[in-house]
Design a binder for this molecule. Sequence first.
Ligand SMILES: [Zn+2]
Length: 462
Amino acid sequence: MAILSPDLIYRDGSFQAGLAIEYSVGSGSIVRIIPTDQAGADAVRLRGRALLPGFVNAHSHAFQRLIRGRTQWRRGGDWEEDFWSWREAMYAAALGIGPDDVFAVARHCFMEMLLAGYTTVGEFHYLHRDSAGARYANANELAERVIEAAEDVGIRIRLLDVAYASGGIGEPLRPEQRRFATPVLERYLADVDVLAGEVAGRPLVTVGVAPHSIRAVPADWLAPLHAFACERHMPFHIHASEQRAEVTACEAAYGRRPVELLADRGVLDARSTVVHATHVTEHEVSLLGAGGATICACPTTERDLGDGFLEAEALLSQGATIALGSDSQTVIDPLEEMRLVEYHERLRKMRRVILAGRQPRTRVDVAPTLLAMATAAGARSLHIAAGALEPGSVADFVAVDLDHPAFAGWTADSLGALLALCAPPDVITDVWVGGVQRVSERRHQAQREAAAAFREVGRRLA
Ligand SMILES: [Zn+2]
């Protein structure tokens, strides 16, 4: 058993003093929350620190970290850069890396996540084949390298293994998509089962099911993939409605919009996470809410790619849950993701404090809504007992520095807002995953080495 005794812990939507957390290093879980005066002499006193549940990154493509900063230019002439032209650069990077590179890039990316306070990642993994498009002798070669990278730096991972069979609705895969191919449904499912068997008993690792999008799998795959996820108690994730062109193509092929198609096929429920949903109608918002689905917003990526805005207020009011993801890794910072969901709504609607919800007679702060997106909602999306400092939850914590200049003048009432809406990323000082401290005083043990290996891959790709 071990005990952490910070100045404050974040619980039930507020920062509370006088409490310590007892957790088991063996099981990696929280055992109980106790009054500080019962913590005893062996407790680790975290002076000047507040402790929160670790942040959950519900949607990531680790290898895309490789093209950060490399797509911020415009080619000559009248050409307009957009999501689709960015995708060409992403495809080129995907074709240029081998298994060791995949490991090195993912390892650095996951380490960067830990430094930013993410303790769990939902890795939406669609690199399956070798650069010629052939299956590896071990079909899960690259998934395993990504998982090893996560274990190496100590982040919890839900490997969302991606089904990818078409280059667009009813279209063959394009040559540059050859590494993603899972053309046979049964074989894909068998590969997921093998992978799940391999990770069984590894404390940081679980597996999930993820049709890439309604562009990349036939609609007839959706129900069997969802049924498979149900049978194995796995989450079900899919990209949908990120770009208008996808909506138009879906309407042309199926006579309905992407979220309507998902609802028709019976795959929109509490097991499901719809990633992006930046182009949805009122009807689709009500379908997402009624199904109890999670929407994973990735606002730093969506602003980078010019995807559009999330209907966050409408989604929450209809009962949907919003989680957050770093997606393309253009920024890795849970604080930035959570505040953008609120700030984008303010800019669109020219109002303030939009996602706080309403109570008839009492004040409602917005910070708990945003912090829940970055913690409990992500845990719900990935089906992991994380996101809350409660007995039985995983011992995944982040400590923030109450003496940081950005917090000067904090009060118990303002601290949540200072963190969720104002603070720079370096307020996060220490990070634990499964009770093991992985970041100490803003440093990760593998930082120098991971950066050197990452630089080497980047240099070769240039
Ligand atoms: Zn994505």
